[in-house]
Design a protein around this ligand. Sequence first.
Ligand code: PLP
Length: 391
Amino acid sequence: MMQEYDFDTIIERRHTGSAKWDGVHCTRENGRIPMWVADMDFLCPPEITRALMKRAEHGIYGYAICDESYYEVIVNWMQKRHGWKIEKDWICTSPGIVTALDMLLRTYTEPGDKVVIQPPVYYPFFSVVANNKCELLENPLLLDEGKYRIDFEDLEEKFKSGTKIFLFCSPHNPVGRVWTREELVRLGALCLEYDVLVIADEIHSDLIFPGLTHHVFADLSEDLARQTIVCNAPSKTFNLAGLQASNIIISNPDLRKRYNRTMRNSGLGLLNVFAIEGLKAAYTFGEPWLDELLVYLKANYDFLQTFIEEKTPQLILTEAEGTYLAWIDFRNLILDDAAVEQQLKNEADLILERGSLFGTGGQGFQRLNFACPRVLLSAGLNRLAYWINTQ
Ligand SMILES: Cc1ncc(COP(=O)(O)O)c(C=O)c1O
């Protein structure tokens, strides 16, 4: 297949106000290679840039609404990419998914309600639970021969104790699992049995390695759809995190009404004008770009795997099935993960994220973002290998 898009060229991102490249710990004469926060060092599909420029040229940026075509492109995308048939009026908005998670908990919980999460997991899951004064129940994932799985027995115990909400990460950041239909069906049965409301954060659902399939949690059955809220967005898929447009899909009319009321009352009911244009262009024109991106990301993951096997066999790479985040076990180094993160930053000029940020089970790991041109990945890995091999 001819490659149409260029993922190989390094695009200078310093001095663009990039959190990843210009954030507080990135500087050191601008020489550090950042492989931490989850955005990609690739240009987005050109149609998105053109749509934003066209809108920018208009010159008036008043309050914006989502028109019919906004909803249509989301309906079409879900159908085409995930085989999920949704109605336009199920689609609610949020600038970001973390904002939505917080607002969803604000809407459906009272202080003290129990919320289950599966660490090690994306760290705002902890803060949104705390922010809403809910009780956090952990159902830690189990690591078996380099791959994570769900501890269903423990989950059932947690549900039995009166869980209100299951905050589910699918695909899972940071462990890279794309949950199988069997796993999801088993989870779904427990959620139904114990009447647990599911908030499924599916922001990474378009980033699945070739050959694998993501299953939308709400699409498993009509009963589950009634008690599931699906959060997704074009932000990870097309590298639009700074535009801030997210889809919160709620088929249950009562749950939807309550969420929309919270958003309106919090002044979060409208999206910004560029978010709307960006989302529409992404879902309308972005598919060929995405298909090439997925091949490139998988090749980067394979490159990383080979590199670790050959140059840093002290490290253990978790088997990933999607996302662009690698979860790497550094425990053979006998240094705690905060020290590893600091030393990599200061001695190797490489910025990773320490595993303990992701809670139980994260200690001793680092998360590495491999969504960058391969030469940059290679440069970062060479710094890592040099640091490890001169310890
Ligand atoms: C699972 C998960 N949810 C949410 C987000 C962030 O979403 P947003 O920037 O829209 O708040 C991320 C970003 O990495 C993520 O991995």
